[in-house]
Write a protein that binds this ligand. Sequence first.
Ligand SMILES: [Zn+2]
Length: 347
Amino acid sequence: MLELTTLLSRLALILISRGDSAAIFPVLTAVFEKRAVLGQSLVNAFFESVLTGCQDRIIISGGDLWDHVPVPYGAKTVSDERERRFLALVDQCYTLNLGTLVVQLLDANLKKLADTKHNWGAQTIRRHTVGGFLQPLARMLQAHNVAPTPPLKALFELILRFGFYHHLPGKPQKPRGWAHRLRGCDRGQSCKDCRDLDRFLGSEHDETWRFSAALPRRRHIENQLGSAGLFRLTTEKTRSPYTLVVLKLGREHTQDLEKYARQVDELYSWMTPLQGTYARDILGAEAFDELVLFRTLRTQPGLGNVAGTKRPALEPAGASPNASQRPRLGFRPVPATKSPVKFIVLE
Ligand SMILES: [Zn+2]
């Protein structure tokens, strides 16, 4: 037994001094799976030593959750692997009654993610983070009867708010009168025709604009106006040069609202894995309504049926009842006693 203890102690020291995550996770798993042979006190001491000494290489960083290089359909990314290993480690810790170590890990995660939250861009958010990390983490915490705590709420809220919610654009504002967004031109201010066009577009009073010019200039304006169905274009050919007549149809704001509603609906659909889960207890009803159900965003005035499709019910059938209606989760206290086996962490 003494030899085994010495061996594991040295293994822990090697991991702490120079192990990377590719080595740390598999070794921890191997030791965990041999716990019946090694004895739980020895395994627990090993976990305590490695998790404390290697914390910086174990925790999930913003890069693990958000940096994403597109891979072929169905393929795993390095990040997916990292999340899976981290979740497995959390499960192992609770199985070993080492919940305090998980609390320390999640707390370190919270600090690390909070430091980088302002760098998370809309281009790097990953749908997988909801179903591949937050949902299984919530399920695991519930399975191990872990009480929802303020740090847990803070971790979930941080990821949902800064990873997803903040990247929604604001609701489009209704323009005054006939005013449209300006189009600009890749020739900049040197293009007089586009300056005139923008003056017309920006006017809240002008519904129609008449533009007499040779064909190339009229074509340029037609191209600038696009084919999104926002204008009716006709050409009067009674005299030369011909006149392009532009009529605003007043649809721009409606189209903007439709696009916005689609963006809200898409992000809402990303949150589906969290519905009916312990995430509601972790987040609390108010934050869950805001960040997972998007209740405020999806019931904004003017957003009703602009997408032309029937909106799904705010919460699917069979979803989680309110936390207050659910039986209270028992909190399995984590034993405060230290493992009888001690490792010398530093020589
Ligand atoms: Zn132009």
